[in-house]
Design a protein around this ligand. Structure first.
Ligand code: LMR
Length: 335
């Protein structure tokens, strides 16, 4: 028997409505939240996303479903924020280095040698100035829901890097950040903005000489297998902002928004715990692999990197704001 026209159009409407994400398509359909990210699942961000998925399923599974897309499966960081504004993805946690098109303020977090450790980062992020930055992109339709750690970055390279002169003439992959560009130029190296998903191949084929990442990304994406040297520099920070679109977030029923925010906060706490634990674990795994020599800097050598890169602060002082830089720097205990 041939289906009637009415039956066909009903089927089309049902199919279309099940494709709608981020909104309740029918009273009983759960809201689908797509969480897109670029790293491996066994990283702080990967684990945070899975924890959120689990908490949401437990607490509001009948009303909300979180779908997690790791490893740049859905979007790379160059596209994800646009996709969010278009409603194609509802949650992401790009590196703070990747918001340059939306705000200049977050470039703060890329300043080399700004934070001495993650405790200092926590103190600043939880301060009034740090919390205000979460809403710095609202006019552009993006809402920051919280910060998430990855960790302090190390340099890796084809040649040993002990002093800034060793980096001169080398090509380094960077995230899409003007501060990071200036940081490498300050040591006469050539920075290249490339997507995270391309880094391994660029290193393997020697199209670039080095990169900078926390231990978890260097380990889980196997950069250490194609980089004979890692300099334990802890010279900069890779942290994330969990973001959503204002349209999606403000369109949620109040009770659900509150429950979801609580679950996100809890998942972030978990992710931050993973960041601290995995940092040491992954460092050790790289040491145990025997594939990469880890270079420990003497205080004098580290001071040379700081001296070479610190002028970058002044270069970006007007854009970021001197007060903000001072507030962030003041969160270090060593001052
Ligand atoms: C990078 O591009 O190196 C990082 O932003 C990847 C990530 O999300 O940790």
């Amino acid at each position: 028997m041939k289906p009637t026209l009415a039956a066909l159009s009903l089927a089309a409407i049902t199919a279309a409505s099940t494709l709608v994400t981020g909104t309740a398509s029918a009273a009983d359909d759960p809201i689908v939240i797509k969480f897109s990210h670029v790293v491996a699942e066994n990283t702080p961000k990967g684990q945070m996303a899975l924890k959120l998925q689990e908490l949401v399923e437990e607490r509001m599974g009948d009303r909300v479903v979180v779908e997690v897309y790791p490893n740049s499966q859905l979007f790379g960081d160059d596209k994800v924020l646009e996709a969010m504004q278009l409603g194609d993805v509802q949650l992401a946690a790009p590196a703070l280095s990747k918001f340059g098109r939306y705000t200049k303020k977050l470039a703060l977090f890329d300043l080399p040698f700004l934070f001495e450790d993650l405790d200092a980062v926590d103190r600043f992020q939880q301060s009034e100035a740090g919390q205000e930055l979460l809403s710095s992109m609202e006019k552009k339709g993006l809402i920051g829901l919280g910060y998430l750690h990855s960790g302090l970055k190390q340099f890796s390279s084809n040649e040993p890097l002990r002093v800034p002169e060793d980096a001169a003439g080398m090509k380094f992959r960077i995230m899409s950040s003007e501060v990071l560009e200036a940081q490498f130029k300050a040591v006469d190296a050539t920075p290249l903005k490339k997507p995270f998903s391309e880094v391994f191949t660029l290193l393997q084929t020697k199209a670039i000489d080095g990169q900078e990442s926390p231990w978890s990304n260097t380990y889980t994406k196997k950069f250490f297998e194609v980089q004979p040297y890692i300099t334990e520099s802890n010279h900069g920070l890779l942290d994330y902002m969990v973001v959503t679109s204002a349209e999606f977030w403000n369109g949620l029923p109040d009770d659900l928004r509150a429950e979801l925010k609580a679950a996100i906060d809890e998942a972030v706490v978990y992710g931050n715990q993973v960041a601290r634990e995995k940092d040491l674990e992954y460092r050790q795994k790289i040491v145990d692999s025997g594939r990469t020599e880890i270079i420990t800097l003497t205080p004098e050598e580290r001071a040379q990197w700081l001296q070479a890169m610190k002028p970058v602060w002044e270069e970006f002082e007007d854009e970021i704001g001197a007060e903000l830089i001072d507030a962030a720097y003041a969160s270090n205990r060593g001052n």
